[in-house]
Design a protein around this ligand. Structure first.
Ligand SMILES: CC(=O)N[C@H]1[C@@H](OP(=O)(O)OP(=O)(O)OC[C@H]2O[C@@H](n3ccc(=O)[nH]c3=O)[C@H](O)[C@@H]2O)O[C@H](CO)[C@@H](O)[C@@H]1O[C@H](C)C(=O)N[C@@H](C)C(=O)N[C@H](CCC(=O)O)C(=O)O
Ligand SMILES: Nc1ncnc2c1ncn2[C@@H]1O[C@H](COP(=O)(O)OP(=O)(O)OP(=O)(O)O)[C@@H](O)[C@H]1O
Ligand SMILES: N[C@H](CCC[C@H](N)C(=O)O)C(=O)O
Ligand SMILES: [Mg+2]
Length: 483
């Protein structure tokens, strides 16, 4: 493609030949190849501008920057206002604006995004559609799995993925839209048909200045959606999302009156059942993932399905089969106690998982968790406090410490748990902590391993080690870790 065509709609100043042929685009100098366009992005750790020469050495013939750089012989330089915003437009041009050929459903909110996208995929596939999925656990094209690095990829990677989806006959795409992606222009140029809001509670305050700013970032998605905004009316930030909506607003909820409502909720350790009501239509819904939070996630998916004209009967059948790896995942142990792996990694997530277990009265609820390093520090004491309020016993351990000292992270969680009367132990090594939990488990206890969900790794410093809690539980139990 000619550079000038790739730059269509990008406000820029071009020095050098605008008609050169470009064979590929990259934002990482290490990925630059012959006839590439390199986009230099100012990052949080380093700056792409330092790597312009390396990109050229690797074959780049054109460079996009948002600050003046020196001229290189034979290289076309393109000066733009904002390199991330320009990258989104360039990506959409280079891949022929793939979202204009797709029905794109974006799901945002602090918790529930992955769960809602999985539910939607199941519902749409039941209608014989080829569905694309973009999210935290993995990206998918039908049954084909494409590993994911981010919840929402960089614009260039995202548009490429969409174009592959178009080529493979995908009609619907369900995707998680993280607040980082909205703030960092990753989803600019995406033509969203439907936007979904799950909820908003504290997370990522290392990145966003405060909750208002976090909410405002999320609300951008509702300005973008063309056909419908699907909103959880029971969440206190719903009005902000509704105000931002340009399209038709459809609400769902349990407490306040909503277009789609759940009634007669029956929760158990095996799942949750409820009646959904949409005007004069009613249907009994049964979910394999327990908890009121699951009902909310299902309502979000049901509202989208209703907007797309899918019958409640078909939705019911699809939802009855949905499970998501690491979301309230019951591990088969063959013992007389239960082990659940869950991805709760925020105060609200912990509260919800513990609320979901409230009906279960026979054994103790033992909660094992930590908090991710290089992430929101202020959520840590809040996680400790809410854990202490609900659990009978807590085991504080490491999550992904990343570059932080794990003991320091744990001591921040302790500040919160100390406000409660909950007994707890600190075992920094997560595997040893799991072993402690299993070894001391009694009949009917429920052990919740929270925070890592589907992850099969642990990030300690800059090392990524294999760490799969399903395997670890089996290994400890087979070594006689419990009676
Ligand atoms: C805060 C954040 O999102 N940072 C992302 C950002 O990094 P950055 O801007 O700091 O990049 P940098 O390392 O400073 O490098 C600047 C530029 O120089 C380039 N470079 C660098 C080195 C080199 O040799 N050559 C070169 O060209 C880099 O490719 C980059 O373009 O751009 C990088 C390249 O795409 C991302 O990998 C990186 O994600 C980091 C690792 C990250 O942890 N992001 C998380 C917080 C995130 O995005 N999370 C959300 C939400 C999660 C959820 O709640 O579900 C997500 O959507 O995943
Ligand atoms: N609607 C909800 N409200 C509150 N908590 C929820 C909800 N849905 C799920 N959770 C909790 O949050 C955890 C993560 O759920 P899920 O992966 O669906 O969220 P997510 O928004 O995709 O998270 P991430 O931001 O990490 O991608 C679950 O394991 C569960 O503990
Ligand atoms: N995707 C989210 C959740 C991470 C969960 C937890 N395991 C952690 O590493 O903090 C994040 O990057 O903040
Ligand atoms: Mg997710």
């Amino acid at each position: 493609m000619k550079l000038i065509d790739i730059l269509k709609g990008v406000n820029c100043e071009i020095k050098g030949d605008p008609n050169i042929d470009i064979s590929g685009v990259c934002y990482d100098s290490r990925k630059s190849k012959n006839k590439y366009l390199f986009i230099a992005i100012k990052g949080f750790k380093t700056d792409g501008i330092f790597y312009v020469e390396e990109a050229i050495k690797n074959g780049a013939v054109a460079v996009v920057t948002d600050r003046e750089i020196k001229e290189y012989p034979g290289i076309t330089t393109v000066l733009v206002e904002d390199a991330r915003a320009a990258m989104a437009k360039i990506a959409s041009n280079f891949y022929n604006n793939p979202t204009s050929k797709l029905t794109l459903i974006g799901v945002t909110g602090t918790n529930g995004k992955t769960s809602v996208t999985y539910m939607l995929k199941a519902i749409l596939e039941r209608q014989n559609n080829k569905v694309g999925l973009v999210g935290t656990i993995q990206n998918m094209i039908g049954d084909e799995v494409i590993p994911s690095v981010h919840t929402t990829p960089e614009s260039l990677d995202l548009q490429e993925l969409f174009s592959i989806m178009v080529n493979k006959g995908v009609k619907y795409v369900v995707m998680e839209v993280s607040s980082h992606s909205l703030a960092l222009n990753r989803v600019d140029e995406c033509e969203f048909d439907i936007a979904v809001f799950t909820n908003l509670s504290q997370d990522h305050l290392d990145f966003h200045q405060n909750m208002e700013e976090y909410a405002k970032t999320k609300s951008k998605l509702f300005k973008m959606a063309k056909s419908a905004s699907v909103i959880n009316i029971d969440d206190k930030y719903s009005s902000m999302m509704i105000e931002s909506s340009k399209a038709k607003v459809l609400t769902y909820g349990i407490k306040d009156f909503a277009y789609v409502m759940a009634k007669d909720i029956r929760n158990s350790l095996d799942g949750v059942k409820f009646k959904v009501q949409i005007e004069d239509k009613k249907e009994e819904i049964s979910l394999k993932i327990p908890g009121i939070f699951s009902v909310y996630n299902a309502l979000a998916a049901i509202t989208v399905a209703d907007f797309l004209g899918i019958s409640l009967r078909s939705v019911r059948e699809a939802l009855s089969q949905v499970t998501v790896k690491g979301r309230f995942e019951l591990v088969e142990t063959g013992k007389d106690f239960y082990v659940i792996i869950d991805y709760a990694h925020t105060p609200d997530g912990i509260q919800n998982i513990m609320e979901a277990l409230k009906e279960y009265k026979t054994g103790r609820k033992i909660l094992l968790f930590g908090a991710g390093g290089d992430r929101d520090k202020t959520k840590r004491p809040l996680m400790g406090e809410v854990a202490g309020k609900y659990a009978d016993f807590c085991i504080l351990t490491s999550d992904n410490p990343r570059s932080e000292d794990p003991r320091e992270i744990i001591s921040q969680i302790e500040e919160g748990i100390k406000k409660t009367n909950c007994p707890y132990v600190v075992i920094e090594n997560r595997k040893e902590a799991i072993s402690y939990a299993l070894t001391n488990a009694q009949k009917d206890d429920v052990i919740i391993l929270a925070g890592k969900g589907h992850e099969t790794y642990q990030i300690i410093g800059d090392k990524v080690i294999h760490f799969d809690e399903r395997e670890i539980v089996k290994e400890i139990l087979s070594e006689g870790g419990n009676r």
